[in-house]
Design a protein around this ligand. Structure first.
Ligand SMILES: *Cc1c(COP(=O)(O)O)cnc(C)c1O
Length: 370
């Protein structure tokens, strides 16, 4: 019998269910031997990266033998100017996932609790367990975070609360008034991590201005990413906005060269390419209308979302429909791992991609009895 290494693993690690990413295009290609595949599964930007980011990467390829600037000086200057904050408030991460983990590493000791909502982004619980913390999962109300229950769950072990705004996979979001009231009741010793991965897509007047709130509530940590609207998911770069004292602490656990040379260059160019971001937002808005209209015609409901994705309620087990979509070369995201067996999460694509999805679903549903 071979040694059972799971006994060696840290207790929290033993309980982790590994993150299940959207199926990569190449994997489906190998499985089915088909080439015309679209992926609407990981909330990636269907327009691709900014052309300016591609040029910026080409300009640094000769520097690939050199370590990156570990402080990210130039990108921080550009971000600070754009966001009207100071560079001392910024920490760069290998994707914003990296920052979520750094917050837990820095602030949650064994036995420390992290309050997370049911249906919250899976990384929150994984990063908590991986760093010896204990997730406290609070049931939602009508898919929304139950903010009162989250406050009521705070005890002397509570170190942080994680909320994605908007949340993935539900697409639900917290408005200005509710977030303000929540922060007013939150003890200063409990951190609120607001994961704003989809910030650029949100176009609602009552969406919170989290940077303004941070001036009043220094225990607020904001994370954002270049993976979604900026179209750089493959390069892995995100950032946090915190008070400088928290940035100083995060910098102590940050591994020295956590963001690569091409990621830094591409992010800086993508940030400056406002036209590409605008095109991406316009495509998203039209695609959201196209898809929600067509799905309603099919008699299907979606959870209202302000991101570049939504969860489709099939009112029946979603897994067989996921499989049939795969057979037609369309990758979406089953939500069984989130405890949502009847839902599929769908990323808004380009107009022809969206049409292909609708046509495929129409075909599939024709032969299914409701
Ligand atoms: C996609 C996503 C992220 C982004 O992760 P990166 O590590 O920046 O690619 C973070 N939070 C949520 C809720 C997401 O959906």
């Amino acid at each position: 019998m071979s040694f059972d290494f799971i006994q060696l693993a840290n207790p929290g690690v033993r309980h982790i269910k590994p993150y299940q990413p959207g199926k990569p295009i190449d994997e489906l290609r190998r499985e089915l031997g088909i080439s015309d595949i679209i992926k609407l599964a990981s909330n990636e930007n269907p327009l691709g990266p900014s052309p300016k980011a591609l040029i910026a990467v080409q300009q640094v390829i000769r520097d690939f033998n050199l370590y990156p600037d570990g402080s990210g000086y130039e990108l921080k200057q550009a971000l600070a100017a754009k966001l009207a904050i100071t560079p001392q408030q910024l920490t760069l991460g290998n994707g914003s996932d990296n920052l979520l983990a750094m917050v837990i590493q820095a602030f949650v000791a064994p036995g420390g609790e992290v309050i997370i909502s049911q249906y919250a982004f899976a990384t929150f619980a994984i990063a908590t367990l991986a760093n010896h913390g204990t997730p406290a999962i609070i049931p939602t109300r009508d898919w929304q975070c139950d903010l009162d229950a989250m406050l009521a769950a705070i005890n002397s072990n509570t170190r942080a609360i994680f909320i994605a705004n908007p949340n993935n996979p539900t697409g639900t979001w917290l408005n200005k008034q509710d977030l303000l009231a929540f922060l007013q009741k939150l003890p200063e010793s409990v951190l609120l991590v607001l994961d704003e991965a989809y910030y650029e897509y949100v176009d609602n007047a009552d969406f919170p201005d989290s940077i303004a709130l941070q001036r009043q509530f220094p225990n607020l940590i904001i994370t954002r990413t270049f993976s979604k609207a900026y179209g750089l998911a493959g390069l892995r770069i995100g950032y946090s906005i915190t008070v400088p004292a928290i940035a100083d602490i995060l910098n102590r656990v940050r591994l020295p060269f956590n963001v690569s040379v091409p990621a830094l260059a591409a992010a800086q160019a993508a940030l400056a390419d406002e036209q590409h971001v605008q095109l991406s937002l316009d495509n998203n808005k039209l695609g959201m209308q196209q898809l929600t209209f067509a799905l309603a015609q099919l008699g299907l409901k979606v959870l209202p979302s302000v991101g570049n994705f939504f969860s489709l309620d099939l009112a029946r087990e979603a897994q067989p429909i996921y499989q049939q979509l795969l057979n037609k070369g369309i990758i979406v995201r089953p939500l069984l791992p989130y405890g949502m067996p009847n839902h599929l999460r769908i990323t808004i694509g380009t107009e022809p991609q969206n049409k292909r999805l609708i046509d495929a679903l129409t075909d599939i549903l024709k032969v299914i009895e409701f």
